[in-house]
Design a binder for this molecule. Structure first.
Ligand code: DOR
Ligand code: ZN
Length: 441
């Protein structure tokens, strides 16, 4: 049997250990895994013992189309993803228009055709439009914003959260939650005398840790009364990890993610840099970085996702109240984690679980998340020993900057394969064809 591509001399995770061998690919799928390949192959790549990982599934990106294509579009966002070893992204609904109806979803699908990597969609929720959820096809989750600058998107009451859980429970569809409590933000805004405080100190006080903790408490109340599947986005505080750890002892269907910026950056580092460090939820303290990392290691947090939220530098450089919150991150997610592998802080097998296997399991993505026969040939070849400096100029995102500018990391993406085709190699991103994920629920 002739195959399309063979990756010779690969090292890859298989049944929970690293093994060596050849990977044969045919029709976009992993056809066979062998010690030594036996089928004739149209193309062969000798990866010379380098690591071949299951392609990263970034479950939280904002590719901005429709509506904000001046800061990102599906072509540039997916190029940045491919350069970062990401083979699938799950896009958030806060576009313009937001993805709240099936017509909105269909429109977004037409934009995503430009993507060079695979993609799926989180569906939005708005109090007046919840009836759209039942009709939405092939969505990966229903997203709830407990705080947002668009008031139509805010769902802040426990009863409304419960309603959405009831609507999704039967389908085993996850409810993905931005956990910052709108009512606490309003109270703090009223209370705080803003003037005279340092910009980012002020910001971290309004979007305080209490506001994240309060939101998590509301989520847990709804989850305990209705059940269903909940995925908590970008956990940022030690206290949230403790609440999660406790509830997971008896109710394991709640999962959570953390971003690299909440793992590796602190608010303090950005205090003298104006508003560029503004992000929701805000950066916290070193003690939070440490506890969040521990939670990744002990399984309380099962996914690391970028929350790739590109904004132009002009939008970031405004006064703190006006500046846009968010960081780009899809291109730097995997290198930052490989750097931690090199420091001996996390195993490469756990990195595969938190960036690929767990995302596929939580969001019911068919045939993704593992290097396994019959699974989609979404693979990332990395050189774990290669060290380099992350630089703004090397970012493919349209926004053209990264909060990790000048950081040296060890661990580099060499090759990204999407559906058996090369999406990124040493010549840069390639014109491959991304496909929508198949959701099995
Ligand atoms: O900082 C953020 N930016 N947090 C969010 O939840 C949204 C995001 C964005 O879309 O810019
Ligand atoms: Zn987000």
């Amino acid at each position: 049997m002739q195959v399309d591509l063979t990756l010779k001399n690969s090292k890859f995770p298989y049944l929970n250990e690293l093994v060596e061998g050849d990977i044969e690919i045919k029709d976009g799928k992993i056809f066979a895994i062998k010690k030594v390949s036996s089928n004739p192959s149209e193309k062969k790549i000798d990866v010379k013992g380098k690591l071949v990982l299951p392609g990263v599934i970034d479950v939280h990106v904002h590719f901005r189309e429709p509506g904000y294509s001046y800061k990102e579009d599906w072509e540039t966002g997916s190029m940045a993803a491919a350069a970062g070893g990401v083979t699938t992204v799950l896009d958030m609904p806060n576009t313009n228009p937001p993805t709240l109806t099936n017509a909105n979803l269909e429109e977004k699908r037409t934009y995503a055709r430009k993507s060079i990597i695979n993609f799926g969609f989180h569906f939005g929720s708005s109090k007046g439009k919840l009836n759209e959820i039942a009709r939405a096809k092939n969505i990966v989750s229903v997203k709830v914003y407990m705080a947002n600058k668009n008031p139509d998107l805010i769902i802040n009451q426990v009863e409304d959260l419960e309603k959405i859980l009831r609507l999704t429970k039967e389908r085993k569809l996850p409810v993905t939650v931005h956990a910052e409590d709108h009512s606490t933000i309003i109270k703090l805004e009223e209370k705080i005398e803003a003037r005279g405080l340092e910009p980012l100190k002020f910001y971290g006080k309004v979007r305080s840790r209490e506001c994240a903790i309060k939101a998590m408490e509301k989520i847990l109340r709804a989850y305990c009364s209705v059940g269903g599947k909940i995925h908590v986005c970008h956990v940022s505080t030690k206290e949230e990890t403790l609440l999660l750890q406790n509830i997971k002892l008896s109710k394991p269907d709640i999962t959570a993610e953390v971003t690299p910026h909440h793992l590796f950056l602190t608010e303090e580092e950005f205090l003298n840099k104006g508003s560029v460090g503004k992000v929701n939820p805000p950066l916290r303290e070193e003690k939070d970085n440490i506890e969040l990392f521990k939670a990744v290691l002990n399984g309380t947090i099962s996914v690391v996702a970028s929350d790739h939220a590109p904004h132009t530098l002009e939008e970031k450089e405004k006064e703190i109240e006006e500046a846009s919150p968010g960081f780009p991150g899809v291109q730097t997610l995997l290198p930052l984690l490989l750097n931690q592998v090199n420091k001996g802080n996390i195993s490469i097998l756990r990195v595969c679980r938190i960036t690929s296997e767990n995302p596929a399991a939580i969001f019911n993505l068919k045939d993704k998340g593992k290097v396994k026969e019959g699974f989609d040939a979404d693979l990332t070849v990395v050189d774990l020993k290669k060290s380099y400096v992350i630089r703004n100029e090397e970012m493919y995102s349209k926004c053209g900057w990264t909060p990790f500018h000048h950081k040296r990391v060890k661990g580099k993406v060499l090759l990204t394969i999407v559906n058996g085709e090369i999406a990124f190699d040493d010549a840069g991103p390639q014109k491959s064809l991304g496909k929508e994920v198949k959701v099995s629920c």
